[in-house]
Design a protein around this ligand. Structure first.
Ligand code: PNS
Length: 160
């Protein structure tokens, strides 16, 4: 039986940094499930359907990648999907503290392992939050997110 990795996140919206990790994870596992957290309490800019659509468009060329959403605990979702490993990207030490806490909690809750991949240096500064901030002030985010995401950001935020 093949090994499926979970790439979970908020993806509000997906960036080229996320896509780099998803694509590289797909080269090491039989399948990758990109799992979008549906959590209205986080007040995302894009609702879960929009985030799923953007991810599906962006990963359409990756044959072993599936895009799905989940609510509740990630480890419960992983159990339902039959996935025993979480893959996350690490940009810098600033990510490490938060990520190691989640990894250790998930291991404690369900014995699930988290593997970290280092973000490509090209994207080490990139985050969904910064992209939204730049787009909100009318800055150019092309080349940082897929073109359809840049269009949606423009439509949603306009730019100051
Ligand atoms: O893109 P993000 O915001 O870094 O993703 C965080 C995410 C979605 C992976 C994390 O918040 C999560 O797994 N949430 C689901 C609820 C859960 O399992 N919480 C306990 C984590 S130890």
């Amino acid at each position: 039986m093949g090994v499926t990795a979970l790439c979970p996140g908020t993806f509000d919206p997906v960036t080229n940094g996320h896509l780099d990790i998803i694509e590289r994870a797909g080269q090491h596992f039989d399948g990758v499930v990109v799992a979008v957290l549906e959590n209205p309490a986080k007040r995302p800019l894009f609702d879960v359907d929009e985030r799923l659509q953007m991810l599906r468009e962006a990963t359409a060329g990756l044959v072993n990648v599936e895009v799905d959403s989940f609510t509740g605990l990630l480890v419960e979702y992983a159990r339902r999907k039959g996935s025993g490993v979480i893959v996350k990207g690490l940009r810098a030490v600033t990510d490490f503290e938060y990520e190691i806490q989640m990894a250790q909690m998930n291991r404690r809750l369900a014995g699930i392992e988290t593997l970290f991949m280092t973000t490509a240096p090209t994207w080490s500064f990139l985050s969904s939050s910064l992209v939204k901030e730049v787009a909100g002030f009318g800055g150019d985010v092309s080349g940082l997110v897929p073109p359809s995401v840049a269009d949606r950001l423009k439509r949603k935020l306009g730019g100051a």
